[in-house]
Design a protein around this ligand. Structure first.
Ligand code: GLP
Length: 239
């Protein structure tokens, strides 16, 4: 595990964007998993700038959304697919973008399709961390080996979804790339920002590995890189 502690959110965004760019440049057909949430917004801003300047060849890049709300109508602005399109995908000539279908009739079939689509393996999974330690929508005590799964969302996760769309009655479920596939990724970039993440980050890094805190599983990932700002890292032993 490599932990980089930066001063503030701007530095976190810069470090994250630089890491994504490295993977995009280094691998011939990079498969990169992208999260939603507040944490990566600055990273997306910097990547958009990069795309718009035409400094990166994205024609071979394969992007996949980490998770999705279910059910929601296709193209609903609250879907994570629509969010990622707005934030990044629609800003450059991206080779490939896939996501879990928020309107899938059968979520199990959809999860199977998505896991197959990721068959070549994930080069980089960029993830945030939920306050309860969830990664993507892998909520505590769900299946930690699944490649992809449908999960009943916690009240907190439903509230977070509503924060972006106050009129939205948040769906009860999420579809997510599972910890099984995330643990098999070549590398995982975990981003944490702000004092409200300090406790959960410290537990995830120094506490026991347990399905009660899905992020703790990442301790066993050989290619884990954590980038945290000082506030989020304040309870880590090295901080
Ligand atoms: C959400 C998303 C995750 C995200 C996490 C952290 O529920 N499903 O993919 O990484 O929570 O969000 P934030 O960065 O806003 O704290």
């Amino acid at each position: 595990m490599q932990i980089t502690i930066v001063n503030d959110y701007d530095e976190l965004s810069q470090a994250a964007a630089a890491h994504v760019m490295r993977v995009l440049r280094d691998r011939p057909t990079p498969q990169v998993v992208l999260p939603t949430g507040n944490t990566p917004l600055g990273m997306y801003h910097l990547l958009r700038t990069e795309w718009q300047a035409g400094r990166t060849d994205l024609s071979q890049a394969r992007f996949f959304a980490l998770d999705e709300l279910w059910p929601l109508p296709e193209g609903h602005p609250a879907t994570f697919a629509a969010t990622l399109r707005r934030l990044l995908i629609d800003h450059g000539p991206v080779g490939h973008f896939d996501h879990l279908r928020s309107h899938a009739a059968d979520p199990e079939v959809e999860c199977h399709r998505y896991a197959e689509a990721l068959g070549g393996g994930i080069d980089l999974a960029v993830v945030g961390i939920g306050r309860n330690g969830h990664i993507g929508y892998n909520e505590p005590r769900t299946d930690m080996r699944a490649p992809c799964q449908k999960v009943e969302l916690t009240a907190q996760s439903r509230l977070s979804a509503k924060a972006y769309f106050p009129d939205l009655e948040p769906p009860e479920f999420g579809l997510t790339i599972g910890m099984g596939l995330i643990m098999a990724a070549r590398s995982v970039l975990l981003l944490a920002s702000g004092a409200e993440k300090a406790e959960v980050l410290a537990q995830a890094v120094t506490g026991p590995v347990t399905p009660s805190l899905p992020a703790s599983l990442l301790q066993e990932h050989p290619g884990l890189i954590i980038v945290a700002d000082r506030s989020a890292a304040s309870l880590l032993p090295s901080a």
